[in-house]
Design a binder for this molecule. Structure first.
Ligand SMILES: Nc1ncnc2c1ncn2[C@@H]1O[C@H](COP(=O)(O)OP(=O)(O)OP(=O)(O)O)[C@@H](O)[C@H]1O
Ligand SMILES: [Mg+2]
Length: 253
């Protein structure tokens, strides 16, 4: 059975794509078969983070130009041992196709159908879906496909308020929900941050990631766990993976 993990945030720039890329590398490094889909067709990122070559994208599939299987690129061992079992579906497709999909739309049923076919085709253990911030077609459908929804937020008042729509939607989903606080400033009161976040989102906090100048300095050219495998933040990513793997605890508060 493939476990589908969806990473979402109410506001943009919380670190969703960066964290997802790290989780994907680390899970694949454990020998598991991992698929990643960039559902952020408006502002794709994962093709850059995974240094993909040219090829068909999720947008091409949604426009009916190819099968979903043709869009997945095998990352290969260049990211470290075991990462040969990592497949990435990029979203970038050029302005003409983007304009077309935004003007014409697509059959939204193609998304869950594509996720299922990809999972079956590559016998995936884990499928990670990256999303556009806030609620749009792709992010809502991705969330509806989740076994585990990982919501990311920064530890500031703006990320921790005005999230009612996201919470209302997440509350209707049957999936498990978990939270990650990102870009936490040095010296943050972790217990207070945990209390406030869990109260706002009604789900358990899986991890607190610090603001990391080393992460910012990578300019998205390398994935953090690849560049700094022994950094304490990689330990924090592994803690988050354990929380995502947990099957016993159900949170629908
Ligand atoms: N913990 C961190 N410390 C410092 N910088 C970070 C951290 N996490 C991510 N960043 C940086 O913040 C920027 C935004 O990250 P990223 O693109 O992953 O966010 P996102 O939530 O996917 O954004 P969007 O909502 O636009 O998709 C990137 O430049 C990334 O390198
Ligand atoms: Mg992103």
């Amino acid at each position: 059975m493939t476990r589908t993990i969806v990473v979402h945030s109410h506001r943009g720039g919380t670190g969703k794509s960066s964290v997802l890329a790290n989780l994907a590398l680390l899970i694949a490094g454990e020998g598991r078969r991992v698929g990643v889909v960039d559902t952020d067709i408006q502002s794709p990122t994962l093709d850059l983070l995974f240094r993909l070559g040219p090829g068909a994208s999720l947008t091409d599939y949604l426009l009916g130009r190819c099968e979903i299987e043709a869009t997945a690129q095998q990352v290969g061992d260049s990211f470290g041992p075991g990462t040969g079992g990592l497949y990435v579906v990029p979203a970038r497709t050029g302005t003409a196709a983007l304009r077309e999909i935004m003007a014409v739309g697509y059959d939204v049923g193609m998304l869950p159908e594509g996720f299922d076919r990809l999972a079956a085709h590559h016998a995936l253990d884990v499928l990670l879906l990256d999303t556009h911030a806030g609620l749009n077609n792709e992010s809502v459908i991705a969330m509806a496909s989740a076994d585990v929804l990982m919501i990311m937020a920064r530890a500031d008042r703006i990320d921790l308020s005005g999230v009612e729509e996201t919470i209302a939607l997440a509350g209707r989903l049957t999936c498990r929900r978990t939270l990650v606080l990102s870009m936490a400033p040095a010296g943050i009161d972790r217990e207070e941050a945990r209390r406030r976040t869990e109260e706002v989102y009604g789900a358990p906090l899986a991890g607190i990631l610090p603001y990391s100048p080393e992460m910012a300095a990578l300019y998205g050219e390398r994935i953090f766990a690849e560049a700094h495998p022994d950094h304490p933040m990689v330990g924090e990513f592994r803690t988050i993976i354990s929380a995502l793997d947990a099957r016993d605890e159900v949170s629908r508060a």
